[in-house]
Ligand binder design. Structure first.
Ligand code: ADP
Ligand code: ASP
Ligand code: MG
Length: 419
């Protein structure tokens, strides 16, 4: 391990304007003065990735993923170069690097590639020469030599992967909130910052819509036991949230957080013949296209026919609808419809394993607020409901209050103190 090395990632809002890039540069100068080596990973300037995607989609309904990757990777290159210029203007020996230059090798799955390896030789040499390395996040290179990207929010994963490859002491995710909260603080003003969260719990939170960290970044950090810190890019004197291995002294409330996943959509096939093989006919082509399906509901059969609904990621809706229209013809479904105005609200907590009544309280709270539940799914430590998007803020606030999440749970006694 290189105890003097930290990897810091700055998100889109933090490098969203030239003024902010200057502030990040000042921050890095200060941190460097404390005697640490720094590798910085940057996202594209806020809104840039969406702007580029919109441009591509204005030219073609389903642009090829390979070209999307090349296009989107340019956003991170711009912020990496600009930040490096700002650092050099402050007398810091800094160098920017693209995914290819930093040696980040991925598989060939365009737009959601997985990291296979990082050839960190050059980065190590540059660190020895006392450089600050500024890496364009979210991107790598596949075995064919083409540019790939790591999925939305992928700079988080670039940062953790680099921290692991370089043996950094910790990876800091610097963003526009000062840590991980019981729920999105932009939706629920009462949300409470958590000091420490276990990898497992963070993984659950990220996969249910707490987009403060990309899921793969948490998986990676967990696998290699890389301490992960989420903190504000600019607010000083705040400790942020530490994500680390579970400690018996950690808070273990019945409900630890409420996640709202806005990136959801629902497809319904009407009057599908209710016979063996139909579900396979519907879901196999989606799996082949690497489209993941989340919840599935099949209605009670009436006269040999049934309606089938399922949810998926909103950005995959158009592609899935093209496939479903073909499937519907094949299996003689009478109609296919899409609904992109839904969200998935989830209540998470390891303590649910040993407590009953959580689901009942969720349903009671939502019904008291006249929020209709469209779909429900449960697991050992979470309950998720699909609701209409227009109700998301109301539902999140009501549930946060109902489960008293603004109050800090009492600490367990006789255990060593957390950091
Ligand atoms: P960045 O551009 O820095 O990567 P993101 O927008 O990806 O930032 O992530 C930060 C945002 O995540 C916050 O602005 C906040 O609205 C949202 N968020 C959602 N859930 C949570 C949560 N539980 N705790 C903190 N932030 C959350
Ligand atoms: N720029 C990419 C996105 O907006 C990656 C990232 O910010 O991490 O998703
Ligand atoms: Mg992010």
């Amino acid at each position: 391990m290189n105890k003097s090395l930290i990897v810091q990632k700055y998100g889109g809002t933090s490098v969203g304007t030239l003024e902010r890039i200057e502030l990040v540069a000042d921050q890095i100068v200060k941190t460097r003065k404390t005697g640490v080596d720094i590798v910085v990973v940057v996202s594209a300037m806020g809104g840039e990735t969406d702007k580029l995607l919109k441009m591509a989609r204005s030219l073609a309904k389903n642009p090829t993923r390979r070209e999307i990757d090349l296009l989107l990777s340019s956003g991170e290159r711009i912020s990496a170069a600009l930040l490096t210029i700002a650092l050099q203007a402050r007398g810091i020996p800094a160098l920017s690097m693209t995914g290819r230059q930093i040696g980040l090798q991925t598989d060939s799955t365009h737009t959601r590639a997985r990291i296979m390896n990082i050839d960190a030789q050059r980065a190590r040499k540059m660190l020895k020469e006392n450089h600050v390395i500024v890496v364009a996040g979210f991107q790598g290179i596949n075995p064919e030599g083409d540019v790939t990207t790591l999925g939305r929010g992928g700079s988080d994963t670039s940062a953790v992967a680099l921290a692991v490859a370089l043996g950094a002491r910790q990876c800091e995710i610097c963003t526009d909130v000062d840590g991980v909260y019981t729920t999105d603080p932009r939706m629920v003003p009462e949300a409470r910052k958590l000091d420490v969260v276990s990898y497992d719990e963070m993984l659950e939170m990220a996969s249910l819509g707490a987009n403060v960290l990309q899921i793969r970044c948490v998986e990676f950090a967990h696998k290699y036991k890389m301490p992960l810190i989420v903190k504000s890019s600019f607010k000083e004197g705040y400790k942020g949230t530490l994500i680390c291995e579970e400690d018996p002294n950690m808070e273990q409330p019945v409900v630890s957080g409420i996640m709202c996943d806005k990136n959801q959509a629902k497809i319904t096939l009407k009057e599908v013949p209710d016979q063996p093989g139909i579900a396979a006919n519907i879901f196999e082509p989606l799996a082949k296209a690497a489209i993941s399906v989340d919840m599935i509901i099949q209605n009670v059969s009436e006269q040999g026919h049934t309606d089938m609904s399922f949810t998926l990621q909103r950005e995959e809706l158009d592609e899935a609808m093209v496939i479903m229209n073909k499937v519907a013809k094949k299996i003689h479904a009478t109609q296919v419809s899409a609904d992109a105005k839904i969200v998935k609200i989830s209540i998470v907590g390891a303590g649910m394993r040993s407590h009953s009544g959580v689901a009942a309280q969720i349903f009671k709270t939502l019904s008291a607020n006249k929020v209709n539940i469209l779909m429900i799914s449960t697991s050992e430590i979470k309950v998720s409901c699909i609701i209409e998007q227009k109700h998301s803020k109301l539902a999140a606030n009501a549930l946060h209050t109902a489960f008293k999440l603004a109050d800090k749970p009492a600490k367990k006694k006789n255990k060593k103190k957390n950091q």
